[in-house]
Design a protein around this ligand. Structure first.
Ligand code: 15L
Length: 270
């Protein structure tokens, strides 16, 4: 595994992952719709919109493994989600298959499962319960990954990422936090593990307040190093500054659940 393509390289998570990837792999090709100028000696930039199959074909040339962070990363209008995360995601997998790329890591999201309650403990065998159009697109991306693994022989890991950053930001993030080092470790497992065919894992660090059963990741050798609880005091203080969200606070997806909510709490799990 030498030549890695990182899509969405200019985004927040991409920026945190770049130094870790380039420290480990011989070449990292960065793609984004916006130019990246501060390239390290073993980084190369290719401008690629996910809606442009020819640009994606060029980006995938000679690539062994892809870390796909590209796309729209929060809730948005259906047209935006559809073009970046449905059509764009499909284009990316098609380009990968045609170029003979062996592995894909897909940045899925906790929002594919956001309507599970905070008192639930969920693994990867429960049905998806997306909390947004964005969450629906992530569930779609996971299905596409399974399809390309089974039908076309790619090795695919979809990581249901919680919230990536140097520390957990609030109470909800204490349950779903993912330090960039631990994300990198998961990416390495997906890119290098000899027995990985297709896997969905949760992207979380060592979170005492976790809602997730992450045994698939642990079985593949994941050993997270960062502890959310070390930051509990600060995160809980930050929580006190946030406006109340009686619906969001019931569910794992938080504000993604409460925005535009017109459901029936007696049925959807209040
Ligand atoms: C995500 O999937 C988003 O990409 C990120 O911006 C955060 O909102 C995160 O989930 C979260 O749930 O905190």
């Amino acid at each position: 595994m030498q030549q890695i393509l990182l899509t969405g390289a200019k985004g927040g998570v991409g920026t945190m992952l770049r130094p870790l990837l380039r420290g480990h792999y011989s070449t990292v090709v960065l793609s984004d719709r916006e130019p990246i100028e501060d390239l390290a000696p073993n980084e190369r930039f290719i401008r690629a919109e996910l809606t442009d199959p020819a640009a994606l074909a060029a980006a995938c040339e000679g690539i062994d493994g892809i870390v796909h962070l590209g796309g729209y990363s929060v809730e948005g209008p259906w047209e935006t989600i559809h073009s970046a995360n449905i059509v764009g995601l499909w284009n990316l997998y098609e380009a990968a298959r045609a170029a003979g790329v062996k592995r894909v890591i897909f940045a899925s999201s906790n929002h594919a499962m956001g309507f599970y309650k905070r008192r639930d403990r969920i693994g990867v065998d429960e049905p998806v319960r997306p909390d947004s159009r964005y969450g629906v697109s992530k569930a779609f991306g996971e299905a596409v990954g399974a399809f390309f693994a089974d039908k076309h022989g790619l090795r695919v890991m979809s990581i249901r990422i919680g919230n990536v950053g140097p520390k957990p930001l609030d109470k909800r993030r204490l349950s779903i936090w993912l330090h960039p080092d631990d994300l990198f470790q998961l990416c390495r497992i997906g890119l290098e593990h000899p027995d990985m065919h297709h896997a969905i894992v949760y992207g979380e660090s060592l979170n005492e307040r976790s809602w997730w059963d992450n045994r698939t990741a642990y079985r593949l050798g994941y050993a997270p190093e960062h502890r959310a609880e070390d930051y509990a005091e600060v995160a809980l203080r930050a929580q006190d500054e946030l406006p109340p969200d009686p619906i969001g606070d019931l569910f794992q997806g938080g504000t993604f659940c409460s925005m535009e909510y017109a459901g029936d709490l007696t049925r959807s799990g209040g």
